[in-house]
Design a protein around this ligand. Structure first.
Ligand SMILES: [Zn+2]
Length: 525
């Protein structure tokens, strides 16, 4: 092999235990343990690397994000920092002036935080621009606001009968008010041409690598997008590993030839399918067993029929793909558990529930029965700080209940859901252990739901590897892939407090990552 490396003189968290030294060869971990024991195993010519007291961890894994959306988000109209309606209007107008022609899509608008819960409507957007389609996507991705021109998008296309009807908000006079939900968001936005430059995607992967992420799973990938991602991956241009979950309801449109892995040692692979069973808390479309506390006549909605979902899941299963179902409200969690039950004991990648945000005792019973991997977004504990008003104090106690779920033996996996929350995994790690954000805000501040530093790290490490069906990811035990990060701190607690800026080096498959442009030691993993 000739590329053996030996790290000594620091602290190495393997995911299971702490070690003094780590030996890597041929892209894999050969040994982790005491310095004297590991040194004896090093072949002649091994490069010795002193850690100088620094901490080493397995490379982090984000098991649920949206890669192409994130790349688009970073180059588009970003509304995450909007402060009030005037600021929103100013940002949109400035963007419109600076980008003549075509549709305008703004993303990341958190109506609760940025607009005190007051939803703009079609006429507000018409005032910002009336001659080009304008779509402002809610931060959850589960609702959007359209101006009048945007509402005419796809007028010639036949809409699936009835399906969008309950998803288009109406004013008292019966005309669309511009707010659309769930399937209607996807129906309209998928009709807006959105070209993605390969360089934007690669820069986004570089950003993720700089956070210390060495693998990410990208969700809801459409057939066209899969073809683009594959071609970049086969050019060997991905700096980190990418795993793909295909858009469930389009499962029959994928070409079998596009499902095979790319790259000698696993840089790109299709793992599963991802579908929706409900919406999100922000637009009150997450499906609850009791009405919303701040909207007593609504309890959210079930997305798609059981038959449609079951049929698509079995088509995915026939292709060897693992199921992942989005479920946020407690009633949806029970529904999702029932739908993936037939696949719960599959080999390889786990059957997953995405979010599993609200898990009162009734949902815990359903989950205990099926035992899917639960892919949660700890960053939402900070972002959804308005959740107590939505759900009421008694019910919100069961939101993002990471300790409760861990103690019941569930495999808890960390992720960001970026761009619907920031992609920085350190924000999520800190939310797992501290619950409250630096300003004291939290969706559910209950300190009993906090996890330890090591447990938090495992959520973004070996737990994610197991969920992806790859126990060689997220661990630095012998036989694992040599995906690792070196931090400028001595302890895990300090690293989690300080965050991404402590990441000094990211190594993927035994090769050191450096952003495109720097003299890289490297081909892709
Ligand atoms: Zn998502």
């Amino acid at each position: 092999m000739g590329d053996a490396r030996l790290w000594t003189g620091g602290r190495i968290f393997t995911g299971k235990r702490y070690a003094e030294a780590l030996l890597v060869d041929g892209g894999e971990v050969v040994a982790a343990g005491t310095e004297s024991a590991v040194r004896r195993m090093a072949p002649t010519g091994t490069e010795a690397i002193p850690l100088e007291g620094r901490l080493m961890l397995p490379g982090l894994i984000d098991a649920h994000l949206h890669l192409s959306d994130l790349a688009r988000f970073r180059s588009g109209l970003d509304l995450t920092e909007v402060r009030g309606p005037d600021d929103l209007e100013h940002r949109v107008r400035t963007w419109v002036e600076g980008h003549p022609g075509g549709s305008v899509v703004g993303r990341g608008l958190d109506v609760e935080r940025s607009l005190a819960g007051h939803w703009p409507t079609r006429s507000d957007l018409d005032r910002m621009t009336s001659d080009r389609p304008l779509v402002l996507v809610h931060s959850s991705g589960h609702a959007a606001i359209l101006n009048s021109v945007a509402l005419t998008i796809g007028e010639g296309d036949s809409r699936p009968p009835g399906e969008l009807e309950g998803r288009i908000g109406r004013a008292p006079d019966g005309r669309p008010n511009g707010i659309v939900y769930e399937e209607a968001v996807r129906w309209f936005t998928s009709r807006i041409p959105a070209r993605l430059e390969p360089d934007e995607l690669l820069r986004t992967l570089d950003l993720l690598a700089s956070f210390g992420l060495t693998s990410v799973a990208t969700m809801n990938v459409a057939p066209e997008e899969l073809v683009e991602l594959r071609s970049l991956a086969s050019d060997g241009r991905f700096p980190i590993r990418v795993r793909v979950y295909l858009r469930l309801l389009r499962i029959r449109e994928f070409r079998p030839a596009d499902l095979s892995p790319v790259g000698m040692d696993g840089s790109f692979a299709v793992v599963g399918t991802k579908g929706f069973t409900d919406g999100a808390f922000g637009p009150r479309t997450a499906w609850l067993s009791e009405p919303y506390t701040d909207m007593p006549d609504g309890s959210g909605l079930a997305v798609e029929s059981d038959d449609t979902l079951a049929d698509a899941l079995s088509a995915g299963h026939a292709l060897g793909l693992a199921p992942a179902l989005h479920a946020i409200g407690d009633r949806a969690v029970v529904r999702a558990a029932r739908l993936i039950r037939p696949y719960a004991r599959r080999q390889g990648a786990a059957a997953r529930i995405e979010h599993a945000a609200l898990t009162p005792p009734s949902a815990l019973v359903a989950l205990g029965d099926v035992r899917p991997a639960l892919v949660v977004q700890p960053g939402f504990v900070w972002s959804d700080s308005w959740l107590p008003q939505r759900l009421g104090a008694a019910r919100v106690r069961w939101a993002y209940a990471f300790r409760t779920l861990t103690d019941r033996g569930h495999l808890l996996v960390g992720s960001s859901d970026a761009p619907y929350d920031p992609p920085d995994p350190w924000r999520g790690l800190r939310a797992v252990v501290e619950r409250r954000d630096p300003l004291g805000r939290s969706a559910n501040p209950d300190p009993h739901e906090a996890l330890t530093y090591e447990e938090a790290t495992r959520m973004y490490g070996c737990n994610a590897g197991v969920a992806l069906g790859e126990s060689a990811l997220g661990s630095l035990e012998p036989g694992s892939r040599a995906d690792l990060i070196v931090l400028d701190t001595k302890t895990l607690g300090e690293a989690i407090r300080l965050g991404a800026r402590t990441v000094r080096e990211t190594w993927v498959g035994g090769r050191r990552f450096s952003a495109a442009g720097e003299a890289a030691s490297g081909r892709s993993p």
